[in-house]
Write a protein that binds this ligand. Structure first.
Ligand SMILES: CC(=O)SCCNC(=O)CCNC(=O)[C@H](O)C(C)(C)COP(=O)(O)OP(=O)(O)OC[C@H]1O[C@@H](n2cnc3c(N)ncnc32)[C@H](O)[C@@H]1OP(=O)(O)O
Ligand SMILES: O=C(O)CCC(=O)C(=O)O
Ligand SMILES: [Mg+2]
Length: 466
């Protein structure tokens, strides 16, 4: 573990995150997300570019009202192009910091702003100076820094500082860096321009955003940009939930309340309509679910065998599933939890039956009870299974391919079986959870699947053997 690291997060779910294809947040959703990020202890939140549209403007305005009332404690940052009219709009909202950016690679200068390098320096300096002279803190980000000639990049940084920027954001706008290149870039910039407070903004096009952010921190960046669920242009940027845990793991620094990360992820999943795959790191449904017999034997004995952190720190719990990959330790423990002790011989018979059921994705507690009765001849159905089951009937929107909704539903943790049906409803799903609260969470997750128009839930009271 490296000690003495000073680092915080800037969450840009409301700015970069809303640049994800298909994502739009309402005014109310923006405010709720901002509250949740602040409640999770994130240092800075980039709440949008107020010149973009009236709803972004109104959202920033409301967030600033809550900020003045002390309900939002994170530093509130607004995005702005390097033009005075954008800066004016952000200043009118009295945000804590204005984040001005400008594309400075030769590709960007030629294709977008059609500037010479000198003319760009002039525009950048003017916008920063203007905001600074009005008493605002300014971060300047040389967009596409990772593809910018480094001599010129240093000139840009120098100009930005001279004109009043107190933070410089280094953006890997197209996400092409690897960790070694990221750390090399920061070391060169810090050597050429010492004393600068740097942000790192890493896109995930090569899947390196988290690793690059860690490399940037090791090389001196003091803020890393992130979005909940990794939202953002194209494939997005560093995910807040992953980088927060990675920073804790690697540097021992708390940059967010880890126990809030799962709720943040679910909130943003619901409002963005972008579903998280179950195998997503840290907050994905499967992040602490084990399967194969050898792994479950290990975690039953000592969870550290297959987990680097205790899920309770994330307000989560571990679980294991039972299918043909299972072993005697897993099945025995699951049955004992239900108050069903079996002899070694009975256990062997139950396990053989599980192994023969090669297509069964997972055995619920009720399935196991039935299996035990069938294989051992014992009457154990009087012992109530731990879990609650429900049958959820789903209607899809008329223009939606039902199978794609069914596939999405089947990947939600707790959904045991999904069938497409004819009649009033299009899909019926069996869901299973340890409590009604858990069933509710599963149904909420189902409802956030795009293309689903309504649901009807029937709780299972009794299941009879076939
Ligand atoms: C890498 C990033 O993610 S940076 C963040 C990008 N954010 C956004 O684009 C926010 C959403 N954008 C919008 O709502 C609109 O694009 C607006 C309101 C910003 C501008 O809209 P329009 O005036 O209609 O211009 P349009 O989007 O077509 O083109 C961008 C213009 O901004 C200029 N521009 C681009 N970047 C910058 C910059 N950083 N500073 C100043 N001007 C810039 C371009 O040269 C172009 O100018 P032109 O109209 O003179 O050709
Ligand atoms: O303003 C910033 O720091 C980053 C801008 C951006 O989104 C990018 O360059 O990808
Ligand atoms: Mg970006």
């Amino acid at each position: 573990m490296t000690h003495g690291i000073r680092v915080g997060l800037l969450d840009s779910t409301l700015r970069e995150g809303e640049q994800t294809p298909g994502v739009v947040f309402t005014r109310e959703q923006r405010v709720e997300i901002a509250r949740a990020l602040s409640g999770a202890g994130i240092s800075m939140i980039e709440v949008g570019h107020p010149a973009v549209s009236p709803d972004v403007y109104d959202g920033v305005k409301e967030i600033m009202r809550l900020r003045r009332e002390g309900e939002i404690t994170s530093e509130v940052v607004a995005h702005s192009r390097a033009v005075r009219s954008d800066v004016d709009i952000a200043m009118g909202l009295e945000v804590d910091r204005i984040a001005i950016w400008y594309g400075v690679s030769d590709i960007h200068l030629a294709a977008k702003t059609r500037d010479t390098r000198e003319a760009a320096l002039q525009k950048i300096g003017d916008a920063i100076q203007y905001a600074h002279d009005h008493g605002f803190r300014v971060r300047f980000t040389p967009e596409d820094a990772s593809r910018t000639d480094q001599e010129y990049l240093i000139q840009v940084i120098r100009t930005a500082r001279e004109c009043g920027a107190d933070r410089i954001g280094v953006a890997d706008t197209v996400g092409l860096l690897d960790p070694e290149q990221t750390s090399g870039l920061f070391r060169r910039l810090r050597a050429a321009e010492p004393g600068v407070e740097y942000d790192f903004h890493g896109h995930n096009d090569l899947g390196c955003a988290v690793a690059n952010s860690l490399a940037a921190i090791s090389a001196g960046a003091t803020i890393v940009h992130c979005t909940v669920n990794g939202l953002g242009e194209r494939v997005g940027i560093t995910p807040t939930q992953v980088i927060a845990v990675a920073i804790k793991q690697k540097f021992g620094v708390d940059v967010a309340r880890l126990d809030r990360l799962r709720d943040l992820s679910v909130l943003v999943e619901r409002y963005s309509g972008i579903q998280m795959p179950p195998n997503y790191p840290i907050t994905g449904d499967f992040a602490f679910v084990h399967k194969s017999g050898v792994h479950v034997q290990g975690i039953l004995s000592d969870p550290r065998t297959y987990e680097f952190m205790d899920p309770s720190l994330l307000n989560r719990s571990r679980d294991y599933v039972i299918d043909k990959y299972t072993g005697k330790h897993a099945v025995k423990a699951r049955l004992e939890r239900m108050g069903i002790p079996l002899s070694d011989d009975e256990l062997t018979r139950v396990i053989s039956a599980i192994k023969r059921a090669e297509d069964t994705r997972s055995f619920s507690d009720a399935d196991l009870v039935e299996l035990v009765e069938r294989e051992t001849g014992k009457r154990v159905s009087s012992s109530t299974p731990d879990n609650i089951e429900a049958m959820v009937s789903v209607k899809c929107e008329s223009n939606i391919y039902t199978t794609s909704v069914a596939r999405r539903l089947s990947s939600i943790q707790g959904v045991r079986q999904v069938v497409e049906v004819s009649g009033e409803y299009d899909i019926v799903a069996w869901v299973e959870g340890s409590s009604t609260k858990e069933i509710n969470r599963i149904i909420e997750a189902m409802r956030s699947v795009k293309g689903l128009s309504s649901t009807k839930t029937d709780m299972v009271l009794k299941k009879l053997p076939a």
